[in-house]
Ligand binder design. Structure first.
Ligand SMILES: Nc1ncnc2c1ncn2[C@@H]1O[C@H](COP(=O)(O)OP(=O)(O)OP(=O)(O)O)[C@@H](O)[C@H]1O
Length: 484
């Protein structure tokens, strides 16, 4: 990372405070390293709570330069969760922005002196140091903790090494064609894989410029894209839709991931922006594994997550343990091998071992299929999205995709509910457009024209809001509970 940065004398990050060059970023990383005591932290966990912006990158690099593994905390986390991440990762040091200190103060009080705090003020308080280019990392050392969303259990600390991160980044650099000419608009949370690695770190590695907004703000994003960097208008009146189309159409790449991209959204996006959205598949443990064509948009296919990235091996294993990767349409659990695959769940050697096959493949827990063109499709998580009904194995994601085409439905979750006759029956919870209604008697015939009868929901709940976690992912356990 540092070696890549040394090549660029350009702007690395633009945030509300202004422009920051790569040279300054290396200088400021050096200051954070020195504030951490300049001793070698050698893989020790160091937590950071810093808002989205330039200082985030400077602190991340400072911790790496000090030999530490970054435990990124988010201003979105309530203090009990901050405490869980700090204690679970055994972090003894926290780098904190003064404005966010109140978020973590109750935790510091409870931990009573077990954790020392370094303020991000060191970045402007300390003078530039003469030798700022002596930064290096050990490839095989733990670099980053990513806590899983906890949708399938208590969050686990996925530890990625510098080598894992480098493999993930260089794959994306090649497959999506990153260059120093790229300019990334960054609006994602910075405690998850996409925001940290796929977006920020890949951009920095490639010498691109990253514009960071403090958080996702729909109006600010549209204004920025339509008006360019200088001018940010207050409102987007409807007549700007044409301008929006033109501006969005000039972006080099728009991509979607972390959950299934509904076909209806794929189509609406293309209509509104002219962009063919790239959908990719990955997870904390492996980075990105499957991606639609990063260079030729015409090859991207709605509903598919594309093909393996250059360094990633993917296979599909069916219920009998047979490799069905080469059998078009056959479904199997997705298994992954490659230098991108994580090191361990922190402090959980047995859990880590259980997630790998005896021949070293990581078992993702997701089920997928592959077509005769080699494109992969995600059916969902084995634990919650694969519904076993009347001898069929159904994909909740496929049914959700169809239901989202219904004119009254805004948001949808499909789950399997235990049934004596069928094993499980398909049940769906939906939110509706204002002033519309829907009954199961109306939904069924609508479905029969589009999907098989056995995929058609037998149970329907109308709700005001679907249960989602901090990352906006559906909490399927809570959806299931609605039908208990
Ligand atoms: N394009 C996609 N289509 C469908 N599902 C996707 C896609 N991309 C990612 N996913 C889902 O997201 C999961 C990865 O999410 P992440 O690593 O952020 O945490 P999590 O798996 O939600 O957390 P936990 O392990 O605690 O449940 C994948 O295993 C897959 O189920």
């Amino acid at each position: 990372m540092f070696n890549a940065a040394k090549r660029y004398a350009t702007v690395a990050i633009v945030d509300d405070a202004g422009e920051h060059t790569y040279v300054q970023l290396l200088q400021d990383a050096r200051k954070v390293k020195s504030a951490l005591g300049d001793r070698d932290h050698k893989g020790a966990s160091i937590a950071m709570l810093v808002p989205n912006g330039y200082q985030y990158a400077a602190v991340q690099w400072g911790i790496w330069a000090a030999g530490g593994a970054v435990v990124p905390l988010s201003p979105m986390h309530p203090d009990r969760e901050l405490e869980y991440f700090i204690t679970n990762s055994e972090a003894k040091t926290l780098v904190c922005h003064p404005a966010l200190l109140p978020n973590v103060q109750p935790v510091l009080d409870r931990l009573q002196g077990q954790i020392s705090v370094v303020s991000t003020d060191v970045i402007h308080d300390l003078p530039n140091l003469p030798q700022a280019d002596d930064l290096a990392v050990d490839d095989e050392q733990g670099a980053l903790f990513i806590y899983t969303s906890g949708t399938t259990g208590k969050p686990k600390g996925v530890v990625l090494t510098h080598a894992n991160i480098a493999a993930q980044i260089t794959d994306l650099e090649e497959a999506w064609g990153w260059t120093p000419e790229d300019r990334l608009l960054h609006v994602l949370p910075l405690h998850h894989l996409h925001g940290i690695i796929v977006a920020l770190c890949t951009a920095l590695w490639s010498g691109a410029t990253t514009e960071m907004l403090p958080k996702f703000d729909k109006d600010r994003v549209w204004n920025r894209i339509i008006d360019g960097p200088q001018d940010a208008a207050e409102e987007m009146p409807t007549e700007r839709q044409r301008q929006a189309y033109t501006a969005m159409n000039s972006l080099r790449l728009t991509c979607s991931g972390s959950a299934a991209l509904p076909t209806s959204v794929f189509r609406r996006w293309q209509k509104a922006t002219g962009q063919i959205m790239l959908e990719r598949y990955g997870m904390s443990e492996i980075g990105m594994a499957l991606s639609n064509d990063g260079l030729n948009p015409q090859n991207r296919k709605a509903g598919s997550v594309g093909k393996p990235l250059p360094k990633v091996q993917v296979r599909l294993i069916d219920a009998e343990g047979k490799d069905v990767t080469e059998t078009p349409g056959a479904s199997g659990t997705i298994q992954i091998k490659g230098p991108n695959v994580f090191h361990a769940y922190y402090g959980l050697p047995e859990k880590t071992a259980k997630e790998f096959t005896s021949d070293g493949w990581f078992i993702t827990g997701d089920v997928g299929t592959r077509d005769s063109d080699g494109l992969y499709y995600i059916m969902g998580r084995m634990s919650v999205d694969i519904i076993k009904s009347g001898g069929f194995k159904l994909s909740a994601l496929e049914i959700e995709r169809e239901l989202l085409e219904h004119p009254n439905i805004v948001d949808v979750a499909v789950v399997g509910v235990p049934s004596e006759d069928w094993g499980e029956v398909v049940a769906t919870a939906v939110t509706l457009k204002p002033d519309t209604t829907l009954t199961i008697e109306e939904l069924k015939p609508w479905c029969y024209e589009r999907i098989s009868r056995y995929k058609t929901p037998k149970l329907l709940r109308i709700v005001d809001e679907l249960p989602r976690n901090l990352m906006g992912k559906l909490d399927k356990k809570a959806v299931k509970a609605m039908f208990a």
